[in-house]
Design a protein around this ligand. Structure first.
Ligand SMILES: [Zn+2]
Length: 701
């Protein structure tokens, strides 16, 4: 293969050069879309030749010449893909989106060749069979196990015909997943609800009016107000807008993402993906894709997942129906005679919350300034783990909005950089996530991580401080918990660094972190009024925290419905072969929801046609339950602090650091949890936290 001539000076490619920037951060200003394909070509090639060298090594396999060598390989690829996927999600454009589509099958092909390499598998299999004699430490043992399982699950042990078919399936799935995500983005970008008349703004608090003005401005509609399909605009609009017809309009557009017919419709993509996943699982000897995916999780089986979801569903549904009746009464009391619809839920829930707890979102928001909430997240990390954060302005970033902090541990040692990219903009995909440009490891030197949080908070209007909803603040803490999992990682091998853990464990560090936000020790200190600087009144703070379990029936129902539908979709077995063209995802969704008794007034949090966790790539396919599995763990883990009487208890924090945040995937998660807590958890803590136990603390059934 020809070496692309990208190292010559006339067409220097910053992606493949040494980065002389502070902390070797990518020189974003110099990186252009046209640099990616040549850099990827070179990165794929050098990685492939490294792997060929390992697989074809005439020396007998050792842990060093096989596992360590593999874990060390592919550095250029990690570096180029780190930059690319960050930009393709957080600050994308047509050129990057086109590259993303082109790249998806190339990526799949590249990894297929490695993961199905028979010679490589034989070496790893030999090591695995003789692992008792290798004198490996616990982390090395785990890394060997992971590589062995990864190749086995990719089909390395199959016959050539099956391998060839698997490779085809993987490539096709990669393309379909990319198309799926881009279609959702296109539907989001192409729609805005313009609020033309003054009465269209009725009920909207100042922050939302400001955000609607800023969103209009960004789209060149000066002086207008628009509501986009971003969750942080739609949800408050549904809460506050007094115009029922407009609520219906935005809600319908929001839940129709990916289902609008035409070029961006995802229904046919879903049918094809489900069939390919089913076939893939069958080739690998599993009854269904769900069986295949769950085999490598803490939960292990669909039955275990179903048992947890059912246990939570029953009380959540009961709570929801009671709340619905209370809201329907409010509608009547207002002298209106419509039946509560999905686009009314958030509106009346807000009213009900106000009536029951005397807290409303608009009175809380001025106390939740973005900058203070960031400080609150840092304060918590300091109180628990001794971390300090220093703002850096000399580090390259991909957009002016991005803020950077240098992170140091309790002894003042540098542990990495933290990047925060908080505001929604048209070039950003929706949602909130953690990402990394470089992960911690010690195999190739003392490598410190570059960790990123991306969120879609509404941008304030000129001169106003950015304010968050309580949900936004929770998202900030959640993503920061993931960030700490990356920043505190203290392992040797890249394969098990930071968030490279089993999927139903990965949400533990993030969801656990949310607990601290809700405590007076944190919120009471950082919730100060954005104009007066006054702390949130004690009484409001108390009511806000008391209202935490309010509407949890709804939140649980809209979530569990997604997890159950995700599981059902991937449990379809051999005889239920899906014929693309005949499989109707909308009908499937309806039937599945009917079976579980989904309340008519609630729609899945993510309907299938925009369920990116499951279809934009296969990240959470039959794994959406993971959040709840992790919540069983996080509720139980936080109880350890509560039981001690000190939410920053040093001894517990030390264990939490060692066995959760620093441990990455270096040991089996059940083992890690046992080491942290001394026992395994039960779902009681989760039910209690969601307010789903009856007065006596018993389960509702
Ligand atoms: Zn998360």
């Amino acid at each position: 293969m020809n070496q692309p001539s990208i190292s010559s000076s006339q067409d220097a490619n910053p992606l493949v050069e040494d980065w002389t920037t502070p902390f070797s951060v990518p020189p974003f200003a110099r990186i252009k879309p046209e640099h990616f394909m040549p850099a990827f070509a070179r990165a794929f090639e050098s990685h492939a030749s490294e792997v060929a060298g390992i697989a074809g090594d005439p020396a007998a396999a050792t842990f060093g010449n096989t596992i360590e060598a593999l874990d060390r390989a592919g550095q250029l690829l990690s570096r180029v893909s780190g930059v690319f996927y960050l930009l393709a999600s957080a600050h994308t454009d047509d050129a990057l989106l086109a590259i993303e589509r082109e790249l998806a099958p190339m990526y799949a092909r590249h990894w297929n060749a490695i993961l199905m390499n028979e010679m490589l598998f034989r070496r790893i299999d030999a090591l695995y069979s003789g692992r008792g004699d290798l004198a490996l430490n616990a982390e090395q043992q785990r890394v060997l196990d992971r590589y062995h399982l990864m190749l086995k699950r990719a089909g390395a042990a199959l016959d050539p015909a099956a391998k060839a078919r698997l490779a085809q399936i993987n490539e096709r799935l990669a393309s379909l997943g990319t198309d799926f995500g881009q279609n959702v983005l296109a539907d989001e970008q192409s729609y805005v609800l313009e609020l033309e008349r003054e009465e269209d703004l009725a009920g909207l608090p100042d922050f939302l009016r400001a955000a609607a003005r800023a969103a209009a401005e960004e789209r060149g509609r000066h002086g207008k107000h628009v509501i986009t399909l971003s969750r942080s605009m739609v949800e408050p609009f549904l809460q506050f807008s007094q115009q029922r017809d407009l609520r219906e309009k935005i809600f319908r557009a929001w839940i129709a993402r990916g289902e609008n017919g035409g070029a961006t419709d995802n229904k046919a993509i879903i049918a094809e993906m489900l069939e390919l996943r089913r076939e893939r699982a069958r080739l690998l000897g599993y009854a269904s894709y769900a069986h295949y995916r769950l085999d490598d999780t803490m939960a292990k089986t669909p039955q275990a997942v179903r048992a947890l979801l059912d246990r939570v569903w029953v009380p959540a549904r009961a709570r929801t129906l009671a709340d619905r009746d209370a809201m329907q009464e409010m509608v009547q009391a207002e002298g209106k005679n419509f039946s509560l619809a999905a686009w009314d839920w958030r509106h009346y829930a807000e009213k009900l919350r106000k009536a029951r707890y005397d807290v409303d979102e608009a009175s809380i928001k001025p106390y939740l300034a973005l900058d203070e909430m960031i400080e609150a997240a840092f304060f918590t990390a300091n109180a628990l783990f001794g971390l300090t954060f220093e703002r850096r302005r000399d580090v390259p970033v991909w957009h002016d909005d991005v803020r950077v902090w240098e992170v140091r541990d309790a002894r003042g040692r540098h542990c990495g950089l933290f990047f925060g990219d908080y505001f929604a903009r048209p070039s950003k995909k929706s949602g909130a996530w953690m990402d990394s440009l470089r992960e911690q490891e010690k195999l190739t030197g003392d490598i410190t991580p570059l960790i990123i949080n991306v969120t879609n908070f509404s941008r304030p209007s000129e001169g106003k401080p950015p304010l968050l909803s309580f949900d936004d603040a929770r998202t900030l803490f959640h993503e920061f918990g993931h960030a700490l999992h990356g920043l505190l990682s203290d392992v040797t091998y890249p394969a098990v660094s930071g968030t490279s853990v089993l999927q139903d464990w990965v949400e533990l560090p993030s969801q656990l972190y949310e607990h601290w936000l809700e405590r007076p020790e944190v919120l009471g200190r950082f919730a100060v009024h954005c104009e007066t600087g006054e702390p949130m009144p004690q009484d409001l703070l108390r009511r806000l925290i008391a209202a935490r379990t309010f509407n949890q029936g709804f939140a649980t129902v809209e979530y569990v419905a997604c997890a159950l539908v995700d599981l059902e979709l991937h449990l379809q077995s051999e005889e239920a072969k899906l014929e693309p063209g005949t499989f109707d995802i909308t009908a499937f969704e309806q039937a599945a929801l009917e079976r579980i008794g989904m309340p008519r007034e609630i729609v899945m949090r993510h309907r299938p046609t925009h369920f990116q966790h499951v279809f934009a790539g296969s990240g959470y396919a039959s794994g959406y339950y993971s959040y709840m599995w992790s919540e069983v763990l996080d509720a139980d883990a936080f109880a350890a602090f509560e039981e001690s009487g000190d939410i920053f208890d040093a001894g517990i924090a030390r264990k939490l650091h060692d066995f959760v945040y620093a441990a990455g995937g270096s040991r089996d998660p059940a083992e890690l949890y046992l080491a942290f807590r001394g026992r395994m958890p039960s779902p009681q803590g989760l039910l209690k936290r969601r307010g789903l136990l009856d007065e006596a603390g018993a389960e509702v059934s």
